[in-house]
Design a protein around this ligand. Structure first.
Ligand SMILES: [Zn+2]
Length: 552
């Protein structure tokens, strides 16, 4: 395009006249670095691990330098003297190139970017940061992804250590935490906003719900009643929804969850709703979304599994009328064992015998005799009375022989494992005390990862959805205006902004919550396209996904 900026003619990253030259120079520099490391002598007695570690460091540093040089030589992010301000839409003036250091998977990289300043807001922004997915962060997209992945799996400190150990990149633990929580919040927001229904993966789909306490900071618990002796609380309850299928059978023919079929969605949310409420409770809405996403609501046979907690069944009635409701067999048996201990004393033969008989009645569906046996003790024994209530309330959900004959799973093992795997393992470790917001962010991140959805999220990820969408929209209209103004050769039709490919409109759609995945693009896609648009020439934009595939 030539007209923009002092060095604007050098073109975008996807092209590059000096490609061959760059490659040769790059190869040569890496070779020199490696030769320096290994030294001129014989290779005997070589500490190979030391060499490979040092060589990786050097190679990365060379690559970082090469990329920084390339980016810094490209001034196409200077798109004219004026750009509309992100915040107030008044003109923001070009105020030269500004340097900023970013942490990348290649190490630190200092980039000089065109900076636009708005006097009204006393602030400014760099179009290139937006284009590269670097807006309001010092971490590159690939590093942000790494932070997200490790933080989904281990503590922030361990994540930082792993990244240093495995990838040779150093990120401060505070930064790991901040970045992971930002990412988690965006995943949570995306989960609430975007539901892409899919067909059920099996003829029978299971949905389980459960709650588990997560240790909170004291400030988060002020005024909350809990189970501590003084009536105070130490935890808040995370509610988890798990969806899975169980077409597999073990050797005894008992349904076993299908590998890879489990998905989780959880948050610190209320499941309570009053009759007068116009909308479903937050957790009920979450369960509804997850059910649609997994095709649970469309499955020929739907099973809701839970322990005896009334909120689970209220919610199941509300959301999935007609679904089979099953109380977890092992919860029920556990209840009966507790009653036996309360009546005959823990560890006594009589207790064991009584419990065994009750378990058998439960297994065989003799609920009448079971209730009789409980009634005999209910007047004098509190445990027996509570269990009597429990079984009376849930007897239709305890038709175990019938459920078994229909090939249904009667265990919430998957849900309880989910509470441990999705929540406990990450959030209930020694010394951890969460804020509700922090816990929810990391829960969203972890559920996303464990449900195999991180990749999908990443593809459409925007660094900061709201402001970015605005910037993209504004930048888009401006680029369009400037291009029309200069009557440049433009391959798009009259409204290229809404057409997706090679255009900024797709990213705006992402920010605005557009459901069409084909228009949702990650920052790299946009980055390359912003460069292309700013360059004003038509060339096929290299989409981030293809780019990433090439790199693998
Ligand atoms: Zn402004």
């Amino acid at each position: 395009m030539g007209g923009h900026g002092a060095g604007g003619a050098s073109g975008g990253l996807a092209r590059g006249r000096a490609k061959g030259g760059l490659k040769k120079a790059f190869d040569a520099e890496v070779t020199v670095e490696i030769e320096t490391l290994v030294g001129p002598g014989a290779l005997e007695g070589l500490d190979f691990e030391a060499i490979e570690t040092a060589a990786r460091r050097q190679a990365l540093a060379v690559a970082a330098r090469a990329i920084a040089q390339r980016l810094n030589a490209d001034h196409s992010d200077h798109v004219g003297p004026i750009l509309s301000c992100v915040a107030c839409h008044k003109p923001a003036r070009y105020a030269g190139r500004r340097e900023k250091s970013f942490e990348t998977v290649l190490g630190e990289m200092t980039l000089a970017r065109a900076y636009y300043h708005c006097e009204g807001c006393e602030a400014g922004f760099c179009p290139r940061d937006l284009a590269l997915g670097l807006l309001d962060t010092t971490l590159s997209p690939a590093l942000t992804r790494m932070v997200g992945l490790v933080s989904a799996m281990v503590s922030f400190a361990e994540g930082g250590e792993l990244m240093q150990e495995l990838a040779g990149v150093e990120v401060d633990v505070k930064q790991v935490e901040r970045t992971a929580k930002t990412l988690g919040r965006e995943i949570a927001e995306d989960e609430r906003r975007v539901v892409e229904p899919s067909p059920p993966t099996a003829p029978t789909m299971y949905l389980g719900m459960d709650g588990t306490g997560v240790p909170m900071r004291r400030s988060e618990l002020a005024g909350r009643a809990g189970k501590q002796p003084d009536g105070s609380a130490k935890t808040r309850e995370v509610k988890l929804c798990t969806v899975w299928s169980a077409e597999c059978r073990d050797r005894e023919g008992i349904p076993v969850r299908d590998q890879g079929s489990v998905s989780y969605s959880a948050a610190i949310e209320s499941a309570a709703s009053r009759d007068t409420d116009q909308t479903l409770s937050a957790f009920a809405q979450r369960v509804g979304r997850e059910a649609r996403r997994r095709g649970f609501d469309q499955a020929p046979r739907r099973v809701v599994l839970g322990d005896g907690a009334p909120w689970i069944w209220n919610l199941a009635d509300e959301l999935f009328p007609g679904a089979v409701q099953i109380v977890d067999l092992y919860h029920a048996k556990h209840h009966l064992s507790d009653v036996a201990k309360a009546i005959y004393g823990p560890g006594s033969d009589l207790a064991r015998q009584w419990a065994k008989q009750r378990h058998q009645e439960l297994d065989e569906g003799h609920l009448g005799s079971l209730l009789l046996a409980l009634r005999a003790h209910a007047e004098v024994n509190e445990e027996a009375r509570k269990c009597l209530d429990y079984i009376t309330r849930n007897h239709s959900r305890m038709r175990y022989p019938e459920f078994r004959s229909k090939g249904l799973s009667v265990s919430t093992g998957v849900v309880e494992a989910g509470c441990k795997v999705a929540i406990g393992t990450r959030l209930k470790r020694a010394g951890m005390h969460w804020t509700a917001a922090g816990a929810d962010a990391i829960i969203a991140l972890r559920c996303c990862k464990l449900s195999g959805r991180f990749e999908d999220f990443w593809v459409k990820w925007t660094p900061i959805s709201g402001p970015v969408a605005k910037v993209v929209l504004v930048a888009c209209s401006l680029f369009e205006r400037s291009r029309n103004h200069e009557e440049q050769d433009e391959p798009h039709d009259a409204q290229p902004c809404v057409q997706g490919e090679g255009c900024l409109g797709g990213a705006a759609g992402a920010g605005a919550g557009g459901g069409d995945r084909s228009t949702l693009q990650g920052p790299r896609e946009r980055g390359l396209q912003v460069a292309a648009s700013a360059g004003g020439e038509h060339r096929p934009s290299v989409r981030g996904r293809e780019c990433r595939q090439r790199l693998r």
